[in-house]
Design a protein. Structure first.
Length: 83
C-alpha cells in the first residue's frame, strides 16, 4: 500500500473515530507532533540554524536562491522521468 493510500485511510478513520480512540492515537504521537511543530524550542537545532546563517552571511558557505533550488529540482524530476 502506498503512503498516500495509508494517509487517506488514516484520515478517513480519524474523521469517524470515537473520542476515546482519537485521544489514544494523539497520546501515542504527541511527543513527535509537538517536536515537529515546536522546532524553535529545540536549542541545539536553533543554534545550528544560527551557525549556518552566520556562515552564509559572512560568505564562508554558498547560499542558493529559490530559483536555484527550483531549477535543480526540475532537473532532477526530468532525470527521474527519463528512467
Amino acid at each position: 500500500m502506498t503512503t498516500s493510500a495509508i494517509r487517506e485511510q488514516l484520515y478517513d478513520y480519524i474523521r469517524v473515530a470515537d473520542e476515546k480512540k482519537i485521544k489514544a492515537i494523539y497520546m501515542m504521537l504527541e511527543d513527535e507532533i509537538t517536536a515537529e511543530t515546536e522546532w524553535f524550542k529545540d536549542a541545539a537545532f536553533v543554534k545550528e540554524l544560527d551557525t549556518q546563517y552566520r556562515a552564509w552571511k559572512e560568505g564562508s558557505v554558498k547560499g542558493y536562491t529559490l530559483d536555484d533550488v527550483d531549477n535543480a529540482v526540475g532537473k532532477l524530476k526530468q532525470k527521474r522521468n527519463k528512467k
